[in-house]
Design a protein around this ligand. Structure first.
Ligand SMILES: [Zn+2]
Length: 483
């Protein structure tokens, strides 16, 4: 029996505990760290910059000045700096998620069993396309958009994801669009606003891109940038591509064979319309010719490996992208069906790639591709994402001159010690509880395992209230124990 779920699951005791932990962490910030006015010296960490030119350091220091990385070395003297003791911590760039639908945060796990589109079987009557995009999304007010964007954003910040491309398919009015940008901004991390479609009489996609770009993204030197959504399964996508290119924005789109996109994709490729400004998400079910057009054009591929396997997009084309030498990044996609942390992404990427290669090896194939290594998975989760989002001059590695988007991971934790291999520990052992410190543009956002600067109990109650509103408005049933 479906049961109403309109209660809060956050007890007063738990709320008090969260607040007390945040206050303790804040009080423990070293002098000069909080205001960000002094340089910061991250000292004595296991430094993994994801930049061969910088190199790794078993014991190393990172100096941060004016929000940027100014030096990475075995030892840095900076007497004027506030010191962050990184002993026992892996110091690396923050993770980059190149495709996340943050507006769906209130729907977390609602479609845990869902596939992408209705296949006619009763078990799949509740499916992503019909239930989320054609029903639940229509119940969002601008206030819902804001709290969903903000809550999803800070939850990922807590997991060490310092940059996101948010694919916001919720632009039912200009006010919805404004709320999406504001929620992304208020999470305090680097964000790429993916301006995708909306529905209804007041939807202004794609033309409102001109206003949004001018109003929110007029400077290149800011935490938020913009990408144009250009879904080729929607009528009128040609106009979206035209507006995007007129504004000099990268163009991102889902590319999924089960939506019947392959002929259109091939036609666009053959017409020479692909470019290095394209971000192709999923790339399942495409022809060899389509792949060649995309690779020759220098397009980027974003894979949501667990989602593609789980929701019947098709087998994640990891090897195809690697063999063609394409830029390949990772994306969490939808939390209504799968968690949004990058540890899950990296493990799925690596185990699936290796499973396919190992099958070839066991089958006696004379030649088979190289097995993916942990350092490769880390690159796909950081610098490759930055390249795909055209932010590689700004973030994605601990390279002097880049913004200080840095995470400290606890290598001495119960699930990690004793440390024997740093990339291996991050990719094969760690999870979000190991994310000790998160810094974005030199500003501390998480310290001693606690997110700072957000009233988490209040925001939790707001996301619960948003969930209740959305379900009520759309008449979709919830069943706490479905299936
Ligand atoms: Zn998506």
């Amino acid at each position: 029996m479906p049961c109403p779920i309109t209660r809060s699951y956050l007890s007063g005791e738990v709320a008090s505990l969260i607040e007390a932990r945040q206050a303790m962490a804040e009080a423990a910030l070293p002098a000069g760290v909080k205001d960000g006015k002094r340089p910061l010296l991250i000292k004595g960490g296991i430094v993994l910059p994801i930049d061969d030119a910088v190199g790794n350091f078993p014991v190393g220091d990172v100096l941060v000045e004016d929000g940027r990385i100014s030096a990475v070395a075995a030892r840095i003297e900076a007497p004027e700096a506030a010191v962050i003791d990184a002993t026992g911590k892996i110091v690396m760039p923050g993770f980059i998620d190149t495709h996340h639908h943050q507006f769906e945060t209130a729907l977390r796990s609602q479609l845990a069993h869902a596939i992408l589109i209705n296949d006619g079987r009763p078990v799949n009557a509740s499916n992503y396309y019909e239930t989320v995009l054609q029903k639940l999304s229509l119940g969002y007010t601008p206030d819902d958009v804001y709290i969903n964007e903000l809550f999803g954003g800070i939850a990922q910040l807590d997991a060490g994801v310092t940059t996101v491309m948010d694919v916001s398919q919720i632009h039912h009015s200009p006010e919805h669009s404004d709320a999406a940008v504001e929620g992304l901004r208020d999470a305090g991390r680097r964000g790429v606003f993916g301006y995708f479609e909306g529905w209804g009489d007041r939807a202004r996609y794609p033309g409102d891109a001109r206003r949004l770009k001018q109003q929110y993204f007029s400077s290149a030197d800011q935490m938020l940038t913009m990408v144009m959504g250009g879904e080729i399964y929607l009528p009128g996508y040609e106009e979206a591509w035209k507006v995007g290119r007129e504004l000099g924005l990268p163009i991102a789109l889902h590319v999924v064979g089960t939506f019947g996109m392959q002929p259109t994709f091939d036609e666009l490729g053959a017409a020479g319309l692909f470019g290095p400004d394209n971000i192709f998400i999923h790339m399942t079910g495409m022809s060899d010719a389509g792949w060649k057009y995309a690779a020759d054009a220098g397009a980027h591929v974003s894979l949501a490996v667990p989602i593609e396997m789980h929701m019947r997009h098709g087998t994640p084309p990891i090897q195809k992208a690697l063999d063609l030498g394409m830029g390949l990044s990772l994306s969490s996609d939808v939390e209504c069906t799968m968690t949004a942390d990058m540890f899950t992404q990296m493990r799925a990427l690596m185990t699936l790639q290796r499973m396919a290669v190992n099958e070839k090896a066991l089958g006696g194939a004379p030649n088979y591709p190289d097995l993916m290594q942990c350092a490769d998975a880390l690159r796909h989760a950081t610098i490759e994402g930055a390249r795909g989002l055209r932010l590689d001059k700004v973030t994605g590695s601990l390279t002097p001159g880049k913004a200080a988007d840095i995470i400290l991971l606890d290598a001495g934790a119960l699930n990690v010690a004793p440390l024997n291999n740093a990339p291996g520990a991050v990719v094969t052992l760690m999870e979000r509880s190991n994310v000790d410190t998160v810094m974005v543009a030199g500003k501390i956002r998480k310290w001693q395992g606690q997110l700072l600067g957000f009233d988490i109990p209040r925001l939790t109650r707001e996301i619960e209230a948003s969930r209740d509103r959305i379900f009520k408005a759309t008449g979709v049933e919830r069943d706490l124990f479905a299936f």
